[in-house]
Design a protein around this ligand. Structure first.
Ligand code: FPP
Length: 254
C-alpha cells in the first residue's frame, strides 16, 4: 500500500515499529514451559494433547529466538520430579524428543541450530537417549542458536553430583579444599560451558523455580506470564524481550 496516500497510517506504523524496537538482546534465555495440562483441560482434551501442542510451540519459539539472534535457549522439558506423574504421561513425555526431532530436525539443521541437552542422560529410556543423541550428533557443527533441552534435569541433584565429583577429587588429592571456588563448581555443572541465563520466562501463572537452574539463575532477570505454554506466542516472547531491556542489571553492584 502506498502510505503517502494515507499519511496517518504511515505515522501509526512508524510509531508502532519504534515502540517495539528490541535492541538489547539477552544472550541466554531459559524457559519453564508450564501449563500444557491446563491448556488441554481448557480445550476439553487429554493432558497429552497439551504436551503435543507444547512441543509444536517449541519450534515456533525457536524460530523467534533465532530471528532475534539469541545465542542459547534452554527449555525445561522434563524435571527429575516429573517421574512422579502417571506412567502413561511419563511415557508420552519420554517420546516427545523423538516426535519433535522426527518432524523438526531437518528444519533445525537448515536453520543452523545446535541441539544440546542438560540433565541426567543415562537414566532416560534408550529410545529417548537415541533420539537426543542423534540430534546432538547431527547438529554438533552448527554455529547458530543453541537449543538446550533440559531433560531429567533437577537443580538440586545437579549440585549433589557436583559435590560428589569435587569430594572424589579431594579424596584422590586432585583438588585441594582451598581450590574449591565458584568457578570450579560452575565448570562442573551441566551448563559449565554456557553463560548463565540472562532472562528466565515462566508461563502459566506459577511464580516459582521448580528446581530449575538453581545455581545459574543467581542474577537472572525473571519474567512471568499467565499464558499457558501452548499459547505462548511470538508477540508475548517479544513482550518479555522488551521488559528485559528495561531492566537495570547491577549484579550486586551499584
Ligand atoms: C509442564 O506443564 C510441562 C511439561 C512437564 C512438559 C513440557 C514439555 C514440552 C512443552 C514439550 C517438550 C519438547 C521437546 C522438544 C522435548 P504441565 O503438564 O505441568 O501443565 P499443568 O501445570 O497445566 O498441568
Amino acid at each position: 500500500m502506498a502510505f503517502s496516500k494515507w499519511p496517518f497510517l504511515k505515522k501509526i506504523k512508524t510509531n508502532h515499529e519504534k515502540n517495539n524496537q528490541i535492541t538489547i538482546i539477552p544472550e541466554h534465555v531459559a524457559i519453564i514451559m508450564d501449563g500444557n495440562g491446563r491448556w488441554a483441560r481448557q480445550q476439553g482434551l487429554p493432558r497429552i494433547a497439551g504436551h503435543k501442542q507444547g512441543m509444536d510451540n517449541v519450534k515456533r519459539i525457536v524460530e523467534v529466538a533465532n530471528a532475534y539472534q539469541i545465542k542459547i535457549l534452554t527449555l525445561y522439558a522434563f524435571s527429575t520430579e516429573n517421574w512422579k506423574r502417571p506412567e502413561k504421561e511419563v511415557n508420552y513425555l519420554m517420546k516427545l524428543p523423538h516426535d519433535f526431532l522426527k518432524v523438526y530436525l531437518p528444519d533445525l539443521i537448515k536453520e543452523n541450530v545446535k541441539v544440546e541437552m542438560i540433565g541426567h542422560f543415562e537414566q532416560l529410556p534408550s529410545h529417548t537417549k537415541k533420539s537426543i543423541q542423534h540430534a546432538i550428533d547431527q547438529t554438533k557443527n552448527n554455529t547458530g542458536l543453541i537449543l538446550n533441552i533440559a531433560m531429567n534435569y533437577g537443580g538440586r541433584s545437579e549440585l549433589v553430583e557436583v559435590a560428589k565429583s569435587i569430594a572424589g577429587d579431594v579424596q584422590n588429592n586432585k583438588v585441594k579444599i582451598d581450590q574449591i571456588d565458584e568457578k570450579l563448581i560452575n565448570d562442573r555443572l551441566f551448563t559449565g560451558h554456557l553463560p548463565d541465563p540472562d532472562l528466565l520466562i515462566r508461563t502459566s501463572g506459577e511464580i516459582r523455580l521448580s528446581n530449575f537452574l538453581l545455581w545459574q539463575l543467581a542474577y537472572t532477570e525473571f519474567w512471568f506470564t499467565d499464558t499457558y505454554w501452548p499459547s505462548f506466542s511470538r508477540h508475548e516472547f517479544e513482550e518479555a524481550l522488551q521488559a528485559y531491556q528495561q531492566r537495570k542489571r547491577r549484579f550486586g553492584g551499584l
